[in-house]
Every structure is written in structure tokens, then in C-alpha cells.
Design a protein around this ligand. Structure first.
Ligand code: ZN
Ligand code: ZN
Length: 308
């Protein structure tokens, strides 16, 4: 499987990326272009895997049956843009650059930045444990990012795009306003730099976390039984998207692990599957096309900024 990914990435690199780099004279990227292609391939594979797992589950035990799935189409576009395009570019190429510059500058100043392994030496030689710890820390940071995005009027104006979807499905995870995505990336960058996540692991971590988030958005009647307290289930995240909870006072902000909601008293484990959406969001945010949603979100954001 690994070989298949590598050879696919090799082809993409050779026929699509390198010619562009040569054309524009961006030779300094040549060394990285294969890794970048590989992460695009991982992104595509993650989408296919998500589809292969979530689609049968949605067909088997849907919470809602829709006469038309038109509103879902735009979410598919969001997912492809984000996972195959933006995540690989931003999380790998940019993160790589920023991290190299950051650690370089620190080294010049005579300071070697700590990594998780230097802070907790027993982690040396246990990459899987370290990986899980990275995931845990990133998810904790994401809990607060998400919770704060519900606390500020202007920030929620952006996040409302995510909540406007009434036909919530496993495609809905990536439906976000671009500005909201930019904030998320900066947030993750800061945490990633602070704990010294290696550049190649960063996008893989993001893809892993995003896979779990796709599942939690799925239109599936599914809870994890006793594991409800360990991993965020579709039921748990659906309560966050419930119509009644839309806006600045919601519950269940955790994306992958429910611990943070339990710890900070925002968890709701009720055994219900409620309709989703945000009644106050303009219709364009719910059913408009990609550009219409982005423009509407921007207008709402500017209006909210002016108000606050
Ligand atoms: Zn939210
Ligand atoms: Zn969500």
C-alpha cells in the first residue's frame, strides 16, 4: 500500500508539480515536491476512506432521510478543497517553512527549542505514543479555539457557516469560512511549533483528526456506548449542531475527545438525535453555493465587527 502511494505521488510529482516548478523557476521547492505530492495523495486517500466507512453507515442507520441531497453537494466541494488541496499546502509546505525559520532563528540565538520527547524523555523510541500525545494536545487546543469561536460575536459570524447546514453529513466537517480556516491553521501552527511536531507528522496528524471529525458529523444514528466518554461520537457532535443550541451558547465543543467538555462542564451526553442548523443564519449560508456562502459569511463578519 505504501508503495502504491509512493508511486502515485511520484507520478503526480513528475508530471504535475515539477513542470510547474521548472516553469516558474521555483527550484528551491524541488526537494520538497515529492513529500508534498505524497501528502496530497494521503489527503485523497483519507477522503476515499472516509467515504467508504461513512457512506454505508449513513445508508444503514440515517438519522434523517432527505428527499433531495442538493445541500450536501457544496460540502463535498469544501472537503475536496480542504483535504486534497489546502491541508497539504498549508500544513506541510507552510509549516515546514515556518518551522525551519523558527528553529533556525532560535538556534542562532543559542537556544534549542524543546520537543515533547526532550520534555518527557521516556517518549523516546515510542513514536506511536508521542503521536497520540500530539493528537491529544492539538485536540485540547482545538476545544478552546472552537469554544472561543462561539463566544465572540464576530467570530461566531464566521463559524455560523459551519452551523447553517441542515443536512449535516460526513461531508460537513470542512464547510468553514476561509477566515475561520485561517484562524484555525494559525492556532494549530502555534501549538505545533510550541510542542515541536515534526513537519511530516503535522499534516498526517491533521488528516487523522479530520477523519474522526468527519465521522462525528455523519448523519448516523450511532453512539459509542461506554466509549462515548473516550471518543466523540456522531450523537455527541450532533448535539453541538442542534438547532436549539446554535449560537453563542452551545455544548460539546470537543472535536475528537470528549474529555475537555467533561472537564470544563460543557458536555451533554443526552440520548437524542435533534435536527441541526442555525435558525438565525441567512438562507444563503445554508443552501447557497460555495462563493455565495463565503461572501455572505464575510458580510456577516463585517457587520458583527462593526457592532462590537
Ligand atoms: Zn461550533
Ligand atoms: Zn461541526
Amino acid at each position: 500500500m505504501d508503495r502504491f502511494f509512493s508511486s502515485l505521488a511520484g507520478d503526480i510529482d513528475q508530471y504535475a508539480i515539477l513542470p510547474v516548478l521548472y516553469h516558474f523557476g521555483w527550484m528551491e521547492w524541488e526537494e520538497l515536491s515529492f513529500d508534498w505530492a505524497l501528502i496530497c495523495v494521503y489527503g485523497l486517500f483519507a477522503v476515499i476512506l472516509t467515504y467508504a466507512i461513512c457512506w454505508p453507515l449513513e445508508a444503514w442507520r440515517p438519522v434523517e432521510r432527505w428527499p433531495s441531497r442538493k445541500a450536501v453537494a457544496v460540502d463535498v466541494l469544501y472537503t475536496l478543497i480542504s483535504r486534497v488541496g489546502v491541508i497539504p499546502i498549508v500544513s506541510f509546505l507552510l509549516f515546514y517553512q515556518v518551522q525551519t525559520a523558527f528553529t533556525g532563528a532560535l538556534a542562532d540565538a543559542g537556544f534549542i527549542p524543546p520537543t515533547l520527547e526532550t520534555i518527557i524523555p521516556p517518549l523516546f523510541g515510542h513514536p506511536l505514543v508521542t503521536f497520540c500525545l500530539y493528537a491529544l494536545i492539538l485536540d485540547f487546543a482545538d476545544y478552546w479555539r472552537h469554544r472561543l469561536s462561539h463566544s465572540f460575536r464576530a467570530w461566531y459570524a464566521l463559524h455560523a457557516l459551519h452551523h447553517a447546514q441542515r443536512q449535516m453529513s460526513f461531508w460537513s466537517d470542512d464547510r468553514n469560512h476561509i477566515l475561520d480556516d485561517v484562524i484555525s491553521f494559525l492556532w494549530f501552527f502555534a501549538v505545533g511549533l510550541a510542542i515541536g511536531i515534526p513537519p511530516l507528522q503535522f499534516p498526517i496528524l491533521l488528516l487523522f483528526l479530520r477523519f474522526m471529525e468527519s465521522l462525528s458529523h455523519a448523519n448516523i444514528k450511532l453512539s459509542f456506548g461506554p466509549f462515548e466518554y473516550v471518543l466523540v461520537s456522531p450523537r455527541f457532535h450532533r448535539l453541538h449542531h442542534a438547532l436549539r443550541a446554535a449560537g453563542r451558547n452551545s455544548c460539546n465543543y470537543g472535536a475528537v475527545f470528549p474529555f475537555w467538555d467533561m472537564m470544563f462542564r460543557t458536555a451533554d451526553f443526552s440520548d437524542v438525535y435533534l435536527p441541526t442548523g442555525d435558525a438565525r443564519a441567512p438562507e444563503a449560508l445554508a443552501t447557497g453555493g460555495y462563493l455565495v456562502q463565503q461572501v455572505t459569511g464575510t458580510k456577516l463578519f463585517v457587520k458583527a465587527l462593526a457592532k462590537s
